[in-house]
Design a protein around this ligand. Structure first.
Ligand code: ADP
Length: 452
């Protein structure tokens, strides 16, 4: 098993390069040999024909052609060609055999897979004889000159040199490429190890937009999310401890004083104790609801619900309180809206929560509007107020657990869980909750739920 990606890639490049170079070398080698073979054969025939016609032209006949005195021992060169290299028969214009290197009586020498051809020998456009040739498929044995052999040797050498050079280049390029590819992967590996060792939020530099670049971007996102989630969890534990301690210390203080006899119980003290206990109970209920929603175990009674009906019910429940603080509460719904699938109790809880917030953050004389509308396959339920609004830098956090906009109010009874619960409940019903707000003008909370 090769452990390094770089080594694997280098070897892969090298293998591909060697395979292709070998293939190219074989193809070029064969092709060169074939062409060269053809060239040799053509030249052999050409020289033979030229010598013969030249002889006839200067002599006026074939007579004396085979005379050894003119040509040296063995006669003309073509007579010395062995029949298995090329079968040669020369005939005069009347088809009488003048010369043949074939065995006596044979007209054709049986060279396997050979080609036979007959060429008319012409002098001044007159046929003066015939040359019958019987050539084998491989003419390399006809190669005579040192120049031809040298040419072949050079071609072979050049092929070997270029194969070696290409392979070396492939190793070098492969190594560089492999390094370029495996470097970001190595960096990512180190980064995941860093995260595993607790360096949450560790980031890598994204160097490209290819798959590895996308992996790096996803890693950065995941690492940042992990750091954020851990930070939230820590913060939440601290917030829970803090929120439980405040009412508990009140209860402890009073009960100890009552127990010591330093305080005698009266209705006001019992009321305070009861309220603090109720507050604790409420907080614990909220936390339980959130943990159920997180575990996707929030019991829901999903039925078809008329959007207008939910809004009317919410308005009726809060009309009185709004009036008491001088805020107008109005409803606008288009006449025919499709029904939605929701748990009516939970939905009323969410809307009640939003209206409660709206009343809390709107001054006397303001208006709270409850609206319903249709958008695609969703019904939008809106709670709009003309209150304080929310700063843009706070907007992303208001649905976070224990987030309270105004830190100084953190002891005034609000837990900072209201919107987090609303979000969990809406999402558990397959919906979404969003907010739009302009500081000083007002806020609009929008609950989108799928139609039936
Ligand atoms: P809280 O218990 O503090 O009301 P919520 O989760 O209900 O907690 O709200 C979180 C924060 O969002 C609030 O502290 C407040 O700053 C802001 N907020 C919520 N509703 C409104 C609103 N209608 N107008 C202005 N600010 C709001």
């Amino acid at each position: 098993m090769l452990r390094s990606l770089g080594l694997k890639l280098t070897l892969a490049f090298l293998t591909v390069a060697i395979l292709s170079v070998t293939l190219v070398a074989i193809v070029i080698g064969q092709r060169t040999m074939r062409e060269f073979d053809q060239f040799v054969s053509d030249r052999f025939q050409h020289t033979l024909i030229e010598q013969l016609t030249d002889y006839y032209a200067s002599n006026g006949s074939w007579r004396g052609l085979l005379d050894e005195r003119d040509h040296g021992p063995g006669g003309p060169r073509f007579m010395r060609t062995r029949p298995e290299l090329a079968g040669i028969t020369l005939l005069d214009a009347n088809a009488n055999v003048i010369f043949s290197n074939l065995p006596k009586g044979a007209r054709e020498f049986p060279i396997p897979n050979s080609t036979y051809k007959e060429v008319a020998l012409k002098v001044n456009n007159q046929t003066v004889g015939w040359l019958q040739l019987n050539l084998p498929p491989d003419n390399s044995a006809l190669i005579s000159g040192a120049a031809e052999l040298e040419f072949l040797r050079r071609v072979r050498l050049a092929t070997i040199y270029s194969a070696v050079a290409t392979s070396l280049l492939a190793v070098l390029l492969g190594w560089l490429l492999a390094r370029a590819i495996s470097k970001p992967v190595r960096e990512l590996t180190l980064a995941t190890q860093a995260v595993a060792q607790g360096q949450l939020g560790h980031q890598v530099t994204v160097q490209s937009s290819d798959e590895i670049g996308q992996l790096a971007t996803s890693f950065n996102q995941m690492s940042a999310d992990l750091a954020h989630a851990t930070q939230l969890r820590r913060q939440m534990t601290a917030d829970i401890a803090h929120d439980l301690r405040t009412p508990l210390s009140v209860i402890l203080g009073y009960t100890e004083a009552l127990n010591d006899g330093k305080l005698s119980g009266d209705e006001e003290i019992y009321d305070t104790l009861h309220n603090e206990a109720k507050h604790l109970n409420h907080l614990i209920d909220d936390l339980r609801l959130l943990s159920l929603a997180d575990a996707k175990e929030l019991p829901l009674n999903l039925v078809e619900v008329e959007p207008a009906e939910v809004l009317q019910r919410t308005a009726a429940a809060h009309q009185m309180r709004a009036q008491q603080v001088g805020i107008a509460l109005e409803i606008t719904t288009p006449p025919a809206l499709p029904t939605i699938i929701a748990d009516p109790e939970r939905l009323a809880q969410v809307l009640g929560n939003l209206v409660n917030n709206a009343i809390r953050y709107t001054k006397s004389g303001g208006v709270i509007s409850l609206r319903a509308g249709l958008q695609g396959h969703a019904v939008l339920l809106q709670v709009q107020d003309t209150g304080a609004g929310i700063d843009a830098d706070e907007l992303p956090y208001i649905f976070d657990r224990f987030y309270r906009g105004d830190k100084s109010r953190s002891n005034s009874g609000e837990s900072g869980l209201g919107l987090a619960i609303a979000k969990s409940i809406v999402e558990a019903q397959g919906g979404a909750i969003t907010v739009e707000s302009t500081p000083g003008v007002g806020s609009t909370f929008i609950v989108a739920l799928p139609t039936a």
